[in-house]
Design a protein. Sequence first.
Length: 469
Amino acid sequence: MPAPAPMPTTLFSKASLMCGFALICLLTRTLALPAATAAQQPLKHRPNILIIFTDDQGVNDVGCYGSEIPTPNIDSLAKQGIQLNQFYAASSICTPSRFGLLTGRYAQRSQDRLTGALMFLEQRDLQRGIRQHERMFVKDLQQAGYQTHLVGKWHLGHGDKKFWPTEHGFDSFFGHTGGCVDFFTCQYANKPDWYRGRDLVKTTGYATDVITDEALNRLDQLSVSDRPWLMHLAYNAPHFGKGWDEATQSAVNIMQPKPADLKQVQSINDPLRRAFAAKVVGMDKSIGLVLKKLNSTGMDQNTFVIFMTDHGGDAKYGGSNKPLRGGKATLFEGGIRVPCLVRFPGVIQPGSHSNAVASALDWYPTLAELTRISVPKTLDGQSLMPILTGKPVTTHRPIVWATGAHESLERKAWAAARIENWKWVRPPQQKAMLFDLETDPTEQTNLAAKHPALMKRMRTLVDESFQGQ
């Protein structure tokens, strides 16, 4: 098994990738237009957007980041675009991660305090989810004339139709509302949870393939339209499946790879890791089909493609975040630093890397700049266009994370913050810790006692992040 690729230990690249003069001119024409001029630009000239969002896939679960799992199609995005080496999910748990991605705001600011996973079978979560006033970039793009589609996992509300994706800017929705599904029945345990729009539908096939087939059909339809589009392609893989145990009449978490995909990873000795790897391999093949469809329809040259994961992998189910500390549901680096690749021909330099700090919270302002739509003043992120286009980047606004306690999952609350190279983290029932990620990316040496003023400042940032709904 090849050793994992070394993680960057500097906050910013010491030799930032610079695009050529022609690229700068292109960006000047397309991204820095005055508001009045931008408003006059034909809608059809704006780029399409494809967000490929995977589930429970750690930084050591993608080939180009050093994993032993082969992911040639995902890796192709790194070869054709940029690999972000210090990219953070908005949370280490599914629901708040999705809230942060789509709203550009901390989940602790949400009306329903969505800092933990919404549970499909728990009564208290039937009336919790994303609220109408909680603005997503999807709605902005829809109002600007974009076609908007969600294929796959939602997990931002399931008990009331007011939480539905079609109530928050998506023209269409095909997928599931809960946190996971049985990959062979497309149900949550023994409960139906697969929809087209608002209607429950029965599906036949493996969940990853069902999602991919829908995406391919949708892309065929979009290819003959003169309007730009956004597709949020949210795979549930390689998350464990939610099966049903008839003997105990209860839901059960189970890895559910396809037998054909298992054959491709027989060299992995550990059976749990092998089952997880098979799910990644199957999803990678699906992503390859989606990318091939973009090419065959001629849409690849005008499509901004993002690949990222919702948070770190879960070692209990075969995921890996090595060499980082921690994993899913923790706020150590392994829980929140994730793979992220971006491709946009003619704008992003192929084969480039960046060690600049970036966050899923940054996609809202980034896409707003890219598509020339207005952006709310209340966002917690900042545009990544300078990073993506190889311009020097010297700072990133602070990032804060907060995960809520969850009794049924036996999880307790965490909090964390990052300012430049400094990482503050407060695990459950422990004193807060401080790490210098420039010299200690695996968070081994606690420097809290040496920097009391910085500790106080970062604690204040966390407290303030709960304000401003």
